[in-house]
Design a binder for this molecule. Sequence first.
Ligand SMILES: *Cc1c(COP(=O)(O)O)cnc(C)c1O
Ligand SMILES: [Zn+2]
Length: 421
Amino acid sequence: MDHILHLKCLICGKEYAPDSIEYICPDHHNDGILDVCYDFDLIKTRISREILAASKDYSIWRYKPLLPVAPDAEVPPLAIGWTPLYKAPRLAENLQLKHLWVKDDGRLPTGSFKDRASAVAVVKAQEKGAKIITTASTGNAAAALSGICASVGQPNVIFVPESAPPAKIAQLLVYNSTVMLIKGTYDDAFELCLEAAAEYGWYNRNTGYNPYMTEGKKTAAYEICEQLNWHAPDAIFVSVGDGCIIGGLHKGLKDLLELGWIDHIPRLIGVQAQGSNYMFEAWKNNEDILTKAPVSGLTVADSISAGLPRDRIKALAAVSETNGAYICISDDEILTAIPTLARGIGVFAEPAGAAAYAGLVKAVADGLVQADERIVVLNTGNGLKDIKNTMTSVEMAGSRPHHIEPNLDTLKRTIQEIRIL
Ligand SMILES: *Cc1c(COP(=O)(O)O)cnc(C)c1O
Ligand SMILES: [Zn+2]
């Protein structure tokens, strides 16, 4: 892997050779997150926009020379990446915008954006010959690791809060992971998973700990820009829990600028739920994210519930260095956005996915975006992952099914009553 120069600590700036360190800079307890630094002169000899235009690999691996894996590394067979970027004219019109796209990562094999990172984790673990991979998760990172491990027969142990939506737990079980349901929060699951990994020597996929997860996640930024013919958008809206996705998008955009493939970096707009708004508060009040105390993390959007965002250093830089913003929305605004997004463009998102759209609605109301800007909203998770909150959201929208007897008379009466014709 001659294209990786070193791993650099985001707190003290110390640089480590990739083989000399596993996960974090040891000088700052669990906070010493590392950034993977590449030799772009070398990379430029291996990949170009022209090579990509001719590539038939419609997955994250089309960007392999930009990823922390060996050129000949075997990759999992599941189709990960190159999710559609839909133009959404009706949603745009409702918001009085001219150019709006929705990128649907709910279409990835296990139904969330996390597949991008877990795919890289599985390749890295197999590179090391790891017997077991582990992660803590609010649900989706676990499901992603579980599914991708299943695709290559890799044993794994998963730590999720007992309160995770049943669909996500079902995914873990169907893929045959060893599942620890933690009687506690995601933050509790995270701490225990770190201890377990250290105790048993398991390969550790944890977000905001394993430096390579950002690398998988940055592929979404590559795709957005490539799908827009390298004409980068003006702003990207994404929901934020631990902050790894927004940090990954930022990394991907910086890579593209460095390569000279785009001419500007879009503003990154991080969307958080009111009960889990650590990054919003820290950004707005200029607080020190190394000492700021955790928040409750309570929200209907389980995937962005994070009392102490693990990737907060990258998440803060993503917004401040791109002249972006954090936006904070209520659970009701999130639930309202689920049917709006589904009806406006046919993308059915779980609460955390719809939160990004709810953030755009708020940004428009607050005058944070201009009518002619080119905006991308990232849906990070599939709506089928959380039917309970979906049902609440459609009740709030006033939608209900009609229970009828199986005959034409009743149907006619019902149709008259509801006046759809
Ligand atoms: C994990 C996740 C997020 C948030 O990503 P972070 O890296 O934790 O900020 C948003 N939406 C969904 C559906 C997720 O699974
Ligand atoms: Zn350090």
